[in-house]
Design a protein around this ligand. Structure first.
Ligand SMILES: [Zn+2]
Length: 279
């Protein structure tokens, strides 16, 4: 059985694990950056533990997949490569969390068996990924899928990217908490509806632009606001997707509970392996 070593991390925390060909996570070890420490050092320790347990599994690790916002940071990726290379020589592939999430939902989630879809992960940041013709869209620099920066409010709130009114600037967890003055899990009905409407507006543009009718939305905000948010988003989709190919577009809750998590990271590894011609 071919297994994948999966690593998912941001600046402060992450997880390393082993994922099997069905997308099941067989081993997992979380890690966290200590005060003044470095996240890659924390990964090193967790990796040693998982690797020790992996030797007892029935199967061989054939690739390593890494999901991180640092996927395009050559120096940081080289550090990760060094750490992983000390335990296994398997090929290592990296991608960003939104794109890894798109692969995860297509592999074992709400888009399984679907060739054309987009995903949106609404949490501390807002990110996405696009799959067309059964393939994750790369774009000019391998970063396609920045749904968090679809403009939904002309002259809206300032986004971390520098523009105004991006979806991320309006519906990320910090944006919601700052605008409402309340924690994410104590929203008013109006806040949930407003967030859903903006998500729906962004997704309608995606559907009309890309000829996709399945929009998968996950992340902390989607899980917290659940049906209130999804009904508002669907209502916007119904009103704005009027082209013959986009009419009927629907937004559904993602089925992979982690975003992107180890399943997405493993999918990055498998995709890399398949594209590299090794298998
Ligand atoms: Zn932006």
């Amino acid at each position: 059985m071919d297994l994948v070593l999966a690593i998912d991390f941001d600046d402060d925390r992450g997880a390393v694990g082993i994922v099997d060909p069905s997308g099941a996570v067989l081993e997992t070890e979380p890690f966290e950056r200590g005060a003044g420490g470095d996240i890659v050092d924390a990964l090193d320790d967790a990796l040693a533990q998982v690797w020790g347990r992996a030797t007892r599994l029935d199967g061989a690790v054939v690739a390593c997949g890494v999901a991180t916002e640092l996927a395009h940071d050559v120096a940081r990726v080289a550090e990760v490569r060094d750490v992983v290379g000390r335990v296994t020589p398997v090929p290592l592939f990296t991608d960003t969390p939104g794109r890894a999430y798109a692969l995860a939902e297509g592999w074992v989630g709400a888009a399984k068996g679907v060739d054309h879809y987009a995903v949106l992960d609404v949490g501390a940041t807002v990110r996405g990924g696009i799959v067309l013709d059964g393939r994750l869209l790369d774009g000019g620099s391998g970063k396609s899928g920045g749904l968090g920066h679809v403009i939904v409010v002309p002259d809206g709130r300032r986004c971390t990217c520098g523009a105004k009114g991006c979806l991320q600037a309006e519906v990320s967890v910090p944006a919601i908490e700052s605008r409402s003055g309340r924690p994410l899990n104590e929203p008013s009905y109006e806040v949930m509806q407003h967030v859903g409407a903006l998500v729906g507006i962004a997704l309608a543009s995606v559907a009309n632009l890309l000829d996709v009718r399945l929009l998968v939305c996950g992340g902390r905000v989607a899980r917290e606001y659940a049906s209130t948010m999804f009904l508002a988003a669907q209502s916007e989709l119904d009103a704005r997707c009027r082209l013959t190919f986009s009419r009927g577009a629907r937004v559904v809750l993602g089925r992979t509970t982690e975003t992107p998590g180890l399943v997405g990271a493993a999918a990055v590894g498998l995709r890399g392996l398949s594209r590299s011609g090794v298998v």
